[in-house]
Design a protein around this ligand. Structure first.
Ligand code: TMP
Length: 260
């Protein structure tokens, strides 16, 4: 069988040509990076969990009318998506101070922000994804004014929805990163949500203990990454008793690793 064509390889995912024009297959790797890939590692089973968590979140967002690139999950590590032209901006939404905002502005981690903040980062690995303002985005044409409005509006809708979703399972949505893409219809384009939503790009804290259930466990060498991602999946109802094959796979893996 001919090997399918790889379109792009990122730090945590690979994109392959899809079965129909305008589609791609998004493959979730176990690779983890932090600090612009200065720190590299593997979180065993992460790809399976992120594929499942992102499927769930994008499906729910689609149900409330947020347009996304997600079409359907294909298997444990792959989902079928719409091909988009990625807007080279990472949109970060913050509800609680943590990470770079705490460091940069000296705000204690865990402090609830008086209002939700949206930040933009220019996607450029060589530059280390610098923070930019809407002025820079418009000046350099990375997105148009109406696109910027659309992305900000969608980011707020996603934040409101996800804050509630996670609060319902005892998790505080501290912050998260979104990426958007354009789909073209002749000369007209529209913006849809792309990439993934998973513990790789969100800060998720247990509401009562403040335990971190996200990639900060990897960034900060805390250990227990797989267990944390599994806990998020479990609380979202994605790892029921009697488990599906992806869970079984993870369970087998864990038993082999732990010798149990
Ligand atoms: P930060 O505090 O490091 O700026 O991160 C804010 C949020 O954005 C956090 O949930 C992690 C996520 N994020 C990414 O997904 N990719 C990135 O490259 C960065 C810097 C942050």
């Amino acid at each position: 069988m001919a090997r399918r064509r790889q379109i792009y390889e990122g730090k945590a995912k690979i994109l392959y040509e899809g079965p129909e024009p305008g589609t791609l297959i998004q493959y979730f790797k176990d690779d983890a990076t932090a600090f612009n890939a200065q720190k590299k590692g593997t979180i065993n089973g992460k790809g399976v969990l992120n594929n499942r968590i992102s499927e769930h979140v994008f499906t729910l967002l689609g149900n409330i009318g947020v347009p996304t690139h997600f079409i359907r999950r294909l298997n444990m590590r792959e989902q079928l998506i719409r091909q988009v032209e990625i807007v080279p901006i990472e949109v970060v939404v913050r509800n609680v101070a943590a990470g770079s905002i705490s460091k940069r502005l000296g705000i204690e981690e865990g402090q609830q922000l008086p209002r939700t903040i949206i930040e933009y980062y220019y996607k450029d690995d060589a530059l280390g994804d610098p923070m930019v303002s809407d002025e820079h985005i418009l000046c350099f044409g990375w997105a148009a004014q109406d696109e910027l409005h659309e992305m900000a509006d969608m980011a707020i809708r996603v934040n409101d929805f996800l804050s509630g979703l996670f609060a319902g399972v005892g998790i505080r949505l501290v912050d998260f990163k979104l990426e958007f893409g354009r789909i073209w219809d002749n000369d007209f384009s529209r913006i849809i949500l792309a990439d993934e939503i998973s513990p790789d790009g969100c800060r998720l804290w247990d509401m009562t203990t403040n335990e971190k259930l996200d990639k900060d466990r990897f960034r900060r060498d805390m250990g227990g990454e797989v267990e944390a991602y599994q806990e998020v999946a479990r609380r979202l109802g994605l790892m029921p008793e009697g488990a599906d094959s992806s869970v079984l796979d993870l369970e087998v893996h864990r038993k082999l690793r732990d010798g149990k």
